[in-house]
Design a protein around this ligand. Structure first.
Ligand code: SAH
Length: 240
């Protein structure tokens, strides 16, 4: 049996490298983001520092909760943060944005860092995910973000939102069914999609007609170093 203080030393020993590696992790997230984020991104320095902290929290909690497969610094910086902020210009001018199915906080947290003057609601129907995002919002002291552990379509039905966004949440056909009532009233949507967006747009034709909306590819971009093609699909009310 080791003495009490030996046990303490052993725990301490175990903890130190972990604390060190967490600090190193934040640094490497910061270095990756500093290197990868667009040079003209608004509030860039804050986005780099705060998004690095967010990624660190994701990695930390991911050891117990399975939130994402992507935790290696370079891949996480590109697939989570860079992908979230590349289309930032399309979000300009919105006053209240809902991120439907935010999961660990993407694209909602990075976008909220780019637009600190815009209100964001981050919704996820899975309680543990919403609780995690809530803790991120507290630790980053984000004053413009509210987290809702609810189904996004319930929130948009009542809603004061002028923009709905979502990444990897539902095929367009299903997204139109969920958000059709809000879109019909004139709320705009920007959906993050993979390379096959055109096929999804075609498959959503019936729903588009039903809700009186039109879909178009608003932006297409390549993530660097072969991480894939992304498409942003914009949904707006069709002119009568
Ligand atoms: N947007 C994140 C997570 C995608 S996974 C990202 O790109 O990394 C999809 C998430 O949507 C899950 O966390 C799931 O709990 C949530 N979700 C699915 N349907 C939902 C709904 N109707 N309302 C709110 N959240 C939903």
């Amino acid at each position: 049996m080791p003495s009490n203080s030996a046990a303490k030393r052993a725990t301490k020993k175990k903890r130190e490298p972990e604390a060190l590696s967490e600090a190193a992790e934040t640094l490497s997230f910061e270095a990756e983001l500093e290197r990868m984020l667009p040079p003209d991104l608004p509030h860039r320095a804050d986005v780099v520092a705060q998004a690095a902290r967010h990624l660190e929290l994701v990695v930390e909690v991911n050891r117990h909760l399975n939130l994402t497969r992507v935790t290696e610094p370079h891949e996480a910086a590109v697939k989570h943060v860079l992908d979230s902020v590349i289309p930032w210009r399309l979000f300009q001018g919105a006053r209240h944005i809902i991120d439907a199915g935010t999961g660990p906080g993407f694209p909602g947290i990075p976008l909220a860092l780019v637009f600190p003057g815009t209100r964001f609601t981050l919704a996820d129907s899975t309680g543990k995910k919403a609780r995690f995002v809530e803790s991120v919002v507290e630790q980053l002291a984000l004053k413009n973000v509210q987290v809702e552990p609810r189904r996004a379509e319930e929130l948009t039905r009542a809603g004061s939102f002028d923009l709905i966004t979502a990444r990897a949440m539902a095929p367009l056909e299903k997204a139109l069914d969920l958000f059709g009532p809000a879109l019909k009233r004139g709320t705009r949507a920007l959906f993050y999609k993979g390379p096959d967006a055109e096929r999804e747009i075609e498959e959503a034709a019936r729903q588009a007609k039903k809700y009186g909306v039109q879909l178009r590819v608003a932006m297409r971009y390549e993530l660097p170093e072969g991480f894939g093609t992304r498409t942003i699909v914009e949904v707006t009310r069709a002119p009568r």
